[in-house]
Unconditional design. Sequence first.
Length: 171
Amino acid sequence: MARAPIVLVDGSSYLYRAFHALPPLTTSNGQPTGAVKGVLNMLKRLIKDYPDSPMAVVFDAPGKTFRDEMYSDYKAHRPPMPDDLRSQIAPLHACVKALGLPLLCIEGVEADDVIGTLAHHATQAGRDAVISTGDKDMAQLVNAHITLVNTMKDETLDEAGVEESLACPPH
């Protein structure tokens, strides 16, 4: 029997997507919670869909990355994070930890880099990997042992799925 795949969740991607996709929910004292609710729903779905899989949730660490050092205009045109989103990061991290899931924020690198590295190491060790993200850039990692899952679109992409969806093969 094959081992269940490792599931690597792009927490940063889902945080942004949930923030923009869901209505602006708040607590009774005005604390924004929509993005937290959206990400937790996605995590609960993954736990249900992959009950035997080890799982980790990866977020971008605050601060600059090695790409900023290489190219001063890296993401220079991206607008700053809205305050209503920023205020949901710490509560979401606490919820992820309360679920018992490992949470990774590696200083100096983006969540994508961490996920790609972990997926590569998993497959090198003989374990398949599922990357849960809404980020199309991650499609380049798909191969016979790495698939993408986007719970917000209810979509799973293997190599053929990437080619059909994006009109080009992952490589």
